[in-house]
Write a protein that binds this ligand. Structure first.
Ligand code: ADP
Length: 699
């Protein structure tokens, strides 16, 4: 090793020299070699020993001959106290033997005083050697310490350690493995490893050894047998290791994992049990969930059942109330209807009996006849109403749509009502007006005039019935109702009005505002009016304030409208039928008498047939202008006669008069070619209206 000057910083040199001049020379050489030098010069053994201990020099320079002390002794003392400190003998004269002795005793070098220039390199060399020696000593010390540590580790290790040679024979074991397997160390050392390896075959063991020696590190679990035969589960890590004698051996680190394995097994079992339980719990949870769902569903169902039950109870309550109400209404209705029917019947029967008594004056008879006629009309009205209502409800009421001037219709109805008994009675206290807008006057639309008049009549009758004083205005206008171009009939009165809470029942059949006790009327008029308006494609409505009055309205859509020729209109006339020949086919003598009574003043020529055959016979002789034909005759019915007449091309006009008020009869007759149809009981006006209607086609 070569050291540079700079590495020699503060070198401590102990000089044993009795001559101060020589000591100075030594010092000079030393300072030439090293930059920083500390020097200690001694000349006795005692001082030398003290300086060795206290000054602790790096190098000793010793003279060989000193009084009472010499270089050899200094050398021996140095070897004893500071063995690594090099000693250089610096002497004036030394023989060969002494020099050899000094070198043998451990002197690092010797330099003659005459050749003092060699001292520098000698110092340098000595110092290098010192360092080498110290490093070697240190390495040895480290090795010893390391071996001690390893031994401690080996002995005290909490893990078993086995050393085997390359043939698998145990060469050392630590205390722990002995404790683990219950062996004494000498009982194991020298044995083959198969002593403790339970399940391993010799082949397995050899293969393991080969693998490990080739550098592989093995880690495996093995069953290991204790001295008494008990089996342990061990985890073994094996690796090759260089033995102190230079051979390659195997170090096996053995850990007893029997408990751990048991615990692991236990843990595994527990975990499996837990998993199993978890699965069961999950199943239970699913069941619970579905039960909960079912419960919720059941709850909901219960709630809805409760709601349904409550609704049913409520419905039942309402139904009960309705039943009670309808029971009440039924009683009121029966009482009312009974009264409505019995009152006119009573008059008819009573006054008919009186008329039959011969001693009555003509004047009285006339009065009674009036009463009988009025009562008959009233009864007929009720019967017609009931028939209409049932037909409306059955959907079988048929309309007869014909071109109609609603202004004429309203005018006729108005005039007829002005003449009614009720109106006459109130003539002075009630003013009645008819206002027809110009745009309606000439308008002719296709509708069923009889039904329109029926509605209007009902409105006017009610207005007269429920108005004590003031006025009744009837107004015809043209308006758009619900988007439909319509003619609106409005009947406005200053009557008693209808309370708000009753306004929703007045279109309900048999319902009246005053239902306690008897009131004239059957409660049918407005419900029929509503049904008819619906059928005619119109609307019906009203406004009413108690004490102020009511306004009832209905609309008829304008369908197939034509403006009437005003000239034609004004040219309507009552036909002169005095030159007419009229055949009356009627099996009922009273009806025949009635017709004769109506027509006689006209001076027409009348011929009577009492059944269909007679009529045909008459026709074979003469072709009349008009045939009044009853439908319901014995032998040959009116239908058959009509068919024959029209088929045979007889040009006579035919007016059918029938007690069948159904639209079907009317339509059938019209199809067979009749010219007009009037319903019995007929009035003179109705007959002449019909004659007028057909006569417009007669030239
Ligand atoms: P009714 O034959 O009883 O008059 P309606 O169906 O024509 O039958 O009328 C039903 C009810 O409406 C009447 O009983 C009456 O209470 C009420 N009513 C109808 N028109 C009027 C009106 N113009 N003024 C006051 N109340 C009316």
């Amino acid at each position: 090793m070569t050291l540079t000057n700079s590495e020699y910083s503060n070198i401590k040199i102990l000089i044993a020299e009795d001559l101060p001049a020589d000591a100075l020379l030594n010092e000079r050489e030393a300072r030439k070699t090293f930059q920083n030098v500390s020097l200690k010069i001694v000349d006795s053994e005692e001082e030398f020993i003290r300086a060795l201990n206290e000054f602790k020099p790096d190098i000793v320079l010793s003279d060989y001959n000193m009084p009472g002390f010499n270089g050899l002794e200094a050398l021996k003392i140095t070897v004893a106290i500071a063995p690594t400190t090099p000693v250089i003998i610096v002497t004036g004269s030394v023989n060969e033997e002494t020099a050899v002795e000094c070198m043998r005793a451990g002197a690092n070098n010797y330099v003659l005083k005459e050749q003092l220039r060699r001292l520098g390199p000698a110092l340098q060399h000595a110092l290098e050697e010192k360092q080498t020696k110290e490093a070697h000593l240190k390495a040895q010390q480290d090795l010893i310490e390391s071996e001690q540590r390893y031994r401690l580790l080996f002995d005290l290790s909490p893990i078993g350690v086995i050393l085997q040679n390359e043939n698998g024979f145990i060469i050392n074991v630590n205390d722990h493995i002995c404790e683990m397997l219950n062996y004494l160390s000498h009982e194991m050392i020298g044995q083959h490893i198969s002593l403790i390896a339970v399940d391993s075959t010799p082949e397995d063991i050899n293969k393991n050894i080969v693998d490990i020696l080739s550098g592989e590190r093995l880690k495996h679990e093995l069953k290991t047998r204790k001295k008494e035969g008990e089996i342990l589960i061990t985890s073994i890590t094996e690796t090759s290791i260089k033995m102190p004698d230079g051979t390659i051996g195997i170090m096996s680190i053995v850990e007893d994992i029997t408990e751990r394995k048991k615990n692991e097994e236990l843990l595994k079992k527990k975990s499996e049990e837990l998993t199993e339980q978890y699965k069961k719990l999950s199943l239970l949870n699913i069941n619970l969930q579905s039960n909960l769902k079912l419960l919720n569903q059941t709850n909901e169902e219960l709630a809805s059942a409760k709601t349904i039950q409550e609704k049913m109870v409520n419905d039942l309550k309402i139904a009960k109330e309705k039943a009670e109400e309808s029971d009440k209404l039924k009683s009121a209705f029966l009482a009312n209807m009974s009264h409505e029917i019995r009152t006119p019947l009573n008059a008819i029967i009573g006054f008919s009996d009186l008329i039959c008594e011969k001693q009555l004056h003509d004047a009285s008879i006339q009065g009674y006849r009036e009463i009988i006629k009025n009562s008959g009309d009233r009864l007929l009205q009720i019967i017609n109403d009931i028939i209409d209502l049932s037909k409306l409800e059955a959907g079988s009421l048929k309309l007869n749509l014909v071109p109609t001037n609603l202004a004429h219709l309203a005018d006729n109805a108005f005039k007829a009502h002005v003449r009614t008994e009720n109106a006459l009675k109130k003539k002075h206290i009630i003013e009645m007006n008819l206002i027809i807008d110009d745009e309606v006057k000439e308008l002719q639309i296709k509708t069923d005039p009889i039904r329109v008049q029926q509605i209007l009549d009902n409105f006017i009758t009610n207005a007269l019935k429920y108005t004590k004083q003031g006025k009744i205005d009837i107004h015809l206008s043209r308006q758009f109702i619900k988007g439909v171009n319509s003619i609106v009939f409005q009947v406005k009165d200053t009557g008693i009005g209808i309370p708000a809470e009753k306004q929703n029942i007045i279109f309900v059949r048999f319902r009246q505002v005053e239902e306690e006790g008897y009131h004239q009327g059957a409660g049918l008029g407005l419900s029929i009016s509503k049904g008819l308006t619906d059928l005619l494609g119109g609307s019906i409505w009203f406004r009413s304030s108690p004490g102020i009055g009511s306004t009832f309205s209905f609309s008829i859509p304008i369908v197939d409208a034509q403006q009437e020729n005003s000239q034609n209109n004004t040219s309507r006339y009552k036909k002169d039928i005095s030159r007419w020949s009229i055949f009356i086919a009627e099996d009922d003598p009273d009806s025949s008498i009635l017709l004769k009574a109506i027509l006689s003043p006209e001076q027409s020529k009348l011929s009577f047939a009492y059944d269909g055959f007679e009529l045909i016979k008459l026709l074979e002789k003469e072709t009349p202008d008009l045939i009044l034909l009853d439908l319901n005759m014995p032998g040959m019915s009116g239908y058959e006669c009509l068919e024959r007449i029209k088929k045979s091309g007889i040009p006579s006009k035919v007016i059918v008069q029938s007690a069948y008020a159904m639209a079907e009869e009317r339509n059938r007759c019209m199809e067979l070619g009749c010219d007009a149809f009037i319903v019995k009981p007929l009035t003179k006006k109705e007959l002449f209206d019909a004659i007028e209607q057909i006569s417009s086609t007669i030239k």
